[in-house]
Design a protein around this ligand. Structure first.
Ligand code: HEC
Length: 140
């Protein structure tokens, strides 16, 4: 009885080790999948940090300080089109549409920021929040 348990345990451990090895990036370079995962993870985390900065600036009444974070977001948004979709890869056209709508809002934000239209900027914030959420609900 004891021996059987040990054998089962050994097989489980061995299978686990093999599976782990298969998932490891090769020493020569990460596989395509791991690299794009890291890139999109980093891109989105930076987007989050910049968006927090932008909203904080607007809240504090310094619209001008919100422009530079949104410019960074806009730069990062260029990468969205190359995102590897894990959830609904078959719905890429919808994803691209959402990405385009998001980028349009960022451009409006930049334009209104440059002319110092604080009221327009404030109105855009919930729309951009919704664009993040709308895409995440479907694809994250
Ligand atoms: C057009 C789609 C789209 C838009 C717009 C979008 N995201 Fe994302 N986001 C994603 C996807 C897809 C993932 C999951 C990435 C993955 O699994 O590789 C993600 C993941 C994230 C994550 C988790 C990152 C991680 O890996 O831990 C954060 C944070 C995030 N997004 C913030 C934002 C913010 C803030 C906005 C808006 C200012 C935004 N995103 C707009 C598609 C989008």
């Amino acid at each position: 009885m004891h021996t059987i348990k040990l054998v089962v345990l050994a097989v489980v451990v061995l299978l686990g080790a093999r599976h782990g090895a298969a998932d490891m990036p090769s020493a020569a370079g990460m596989d395509e999948h791991t690299a794009s995962m890291l890139r999109q993870h980093h891109s989105m985390l930076t987007t989050q940090a910049e968006w927090d900065k932008a909203k904080k600036a607007v809240k504090a009444g310094s619209t001008a300080d919100a422009i530079s974070p949104v410019m960074k977001m806009d730069f990062l948004a260029k990468d969205l089109d190359r995102f590897m979709l894990h959830k609904h890869p078959e719905k890429r056209p919808d994803f691209l549409k959402k990405a385009a709508a998001y980028k349009k809002l960022l451009n409006e934000f930049k334009r209104d920021g440059e002319i110092g239209d604080a009221i327009a900027i404030k109105k855009l914030i919930p729309g951009i929040d919704k664009a993040c959420k709308g895409c995440h609900d479907a694809f994250r």
